[in-house]
Write a protein that binds this ligand. Sequence first.
Ligand code: UDP
Length: 239
Amino acid sequence: NDAKPVYRRILLKLSGEALAGNQGYGIDPDVIVGIAEEIREVTALGTQVALVIGGGNIFRGVAAASKGMDRASADYMGMLATVMNSLAMQDALEKVGVATRVQSAIDMQQVAEPYIRRRAVRHLEKGRVVIFGAGTGNPYFTTDTAASLRAMEIGAEVILKATKVDGVYTADPAKDKDAVKFSTLTYLDVLKRGLQVMDATATSLCMDNHLPIVVFDLTCRGNIMRVVLGEPIGTIVKG
Ligand code: UDP
């Protein structure tokens, strides 16, 4: 097997919903183990993996705020939800034999290390998967922005943005039969056309720092590996 990874260090962004599977809420144990196994295969090639997981399967700040809750408080709840997902992913990874550390942007020493950039890098160098919990630690941000920020900080070469479709389309392929998939896009295309890749804050951060984003379909098994091996699946956003 002469498969060679094209990336040395990646940041994989999973939405909270990715962990929920078909139930739409919470964490599906089979789904999370499947993802953990795929991550193990990639780390076995020598690629260092950092993870940011959303919280939308449990709690979303904007949704609660639209029903009257204070936005900042709601966002802190959303951040706590991402820590629950991070702990679930840590458990799944360790069950399949992958060493991990969770680092939280909100201090909670009993359950996770605090976020310390240089320590995160050291863990990665030792082959541990580092899971960044609690987003950026700030309300009014998203885990996509946390993923971009952490990717930059740890010197990841790419963000792998996992979705339920195999890339970015001109329109929603589930609703529009004429929708066409982009194989590459620029950051400005994404911003100008308002394409659903990542939010504008996250996209601009990647643009300013020339960090490529690969949007791919996580529901197809083996896709994380395909991206890491450089197969042209999904859509790549770069400048
Ligand atoms: N959140 C936040 N600051 C951050 C990251 C997340 O306030 O830096 C909150 C926000 O309320 C958000 C929730 O955490 O709705 C869950 O994150 P997100 O919506 O990004 O999760 P995903 O859509 O990826 O599941």
